[in-house]
Write a protein that binds this ligand. Structure first.
Ligand code: HEM
Ligand code: HEM
Length: 175
């Protein structure tokens, strides 16, 4: 497929903005936890939570946008690749919502309100429960996070494959 054809079937502007800002928010949230793990400062864990909650709201808005805007028709590819892409896109949506939810629930079940950039606080809206706090902590760090890493790496590998092996200009649809 040549340039002109793939440019004709681009993602909508809103979908493209939602896509790249989600990626940047994920990167920032991850960098903040790395800073926290290495420098052990309350500033970074606080910012990690605030950016994580921002990503939650961003993903909810992104899903609503996805329901109401038309996706461009898929590029020609083997059926199995189409299925893997659909499945992994769905998994990215699901895990990027489940991850901040688990973080939020681990905090409130641990009895800690969540401060959002000093603007407002999400109060402890549940009865604190240590075992549930632990459960959501385990989900956050041991289950959902490895899934996000796996699906994101698969996603980027697929983008590189389209760009440099198939050379079908898929990336231009999202630029
Ligand atoms: C998509 C958004 C988020 C991502 C990608 C993310 C990612 C991570 C990662 C990678 C870790 C380190 C896990 C490890 O120890 O190996 C972590 C820890 C943590 N996250 Fe998140 N997080 C997100 C959202 C949130 C939210 C919204 C909150 C709370 C409101 C939160 C609270 C925490 C806390 C308290 C820890 C430290 C847990 C511990 O030390 O045991 N996270 N997060
Ligand atoms: C260098 C990094 C990235 C590149 C090059 C990239 C590229 C792309 C491209 C080209 C598409 C459109 C595929 C198509 O037209 O069929 C796409 C879709 C998508 N990307 Fe990425 N992406 C990147 C990072 C990410 C990250 C970090 C996430 C997760 C936060 C993500 C989540 C998604 C999702 C969920 C879709 C499907 C969109 C939909 O069906 O609504 N991407 N990406």
């Amino acid at each position: 497929m040549n340039n002109t054809q793939s440019n004709m079937s681009k993602w909508s502007v809103t979908s493209r903005v939602f896509h790249w800002i989600s990626a940047v928010l994920l990167l920032i949230t991850w960098l903040l936890i790395l800073l926290y793990e290495n420098l052990d400062s309350n500033l970074y864990i606080g910012l990690h939570k605030a950016f994580g909650v921002s990503l939650l709201f961003w993903m909810i808005a992104r899903v609503i946008n996805r329901v109401f805007t038309k996706a461009p028709p898929a590029l020609p590819m083997p059926a199995w690749q189409l299925w893997v892409s659909k499945l992994s896109h769905f998994a990215l949506y699901a895990t990027l919502i489940a991850m901040p939810l688990a973080g939020l629930l681990m905090s409130v079940y641990g009895g800690r309100p969540v401060d959002i950039f000093g603007l407002f606080q999400i109060p402890v809206f549940v009865t604190p429960d240590r075992s549930l706090a632990r459960f959501f902590n385990d989900m956050h760090t041991d289950i959902i996070w490895p899934m996000i890493i796996g699906f994101t790496l698969l996603h980027i590998a697929a983008a590189l494959y389209h760009q440099f092996v198939k050379k079908d200009n898929l990336l231009a649809r999202m630029k």
